[in-house]
Design a protein around this ligand. Structure first.
Ligand code: ZN
Length: 149
């Protein structure tokens, strides 16, 4: 378990310092804003969706290291995926971060996102880690503003 914790910390630090896909793709056609008042995280997610495929995705905003790293990793995970695939990744991710920390984490096809299994030990941080995903879903569906409260 301490191995996972170390990996978790190094991945979060890396993506917090150098967020991937930061900013809005020039041709983005779906947008949403997300708010996590509990922590103060504020994110915007911008998607270029074409033929049901996330052709490009970026995010902007400010927040804690976990919210930023999660958004950064999310953009890498969903770029090039269909809307349904992105939804499935979100479901698996949500399942992972809200599962019982005493049980073996279910990683499935989460790839790098699996490091967020470390969030399970910090329930206050689950909303930080999932904020970008709720915002992405909102952007893909109808846009607008989502709040974790
Ligand atoms: Zn946060």
């Amino acid at each position: 378990m301490s191995e996972l914790r170390e990996l978790y910390q190094s991945v979060i630090m890396d993506h917090n310092k150098q967020p991937r896909n930061f900013g809005s793709p020039a041709n983005a056609n779906h947008h949403a804003k997300g708010n996590n008042p509990l922590c103060g995280d504020q994110l915007s997610v911008h998607v270029f969706l074409e033929d049901g495929v996330v052709k490009d995705v970026g995010f902007e905003g400010q927040g804690c290291a976990i919210s930023k790293a999660s958004a950064s990793l999310m953009t890498e995970a969903v770029k090039g995926r269909t809307q349904e695939e992105a939804e499935k990744i979100f479901e698996a991710f949500h399942e992972l971060v809200t599962s019982d920390p005493r049980e073996e984490p279910v990683i499935g096809d989460l790839g790098k996102l699996a490091v967020f299994g470390g969030v399970r030990e910090f329930p206050m941080r689950v909303k930080c880690a999932t904020l970008c995903w709720h915002t992405l879903r909102s952007a893909l569906v109808d846009g607008g503003v989502v709040s974790t409260e």
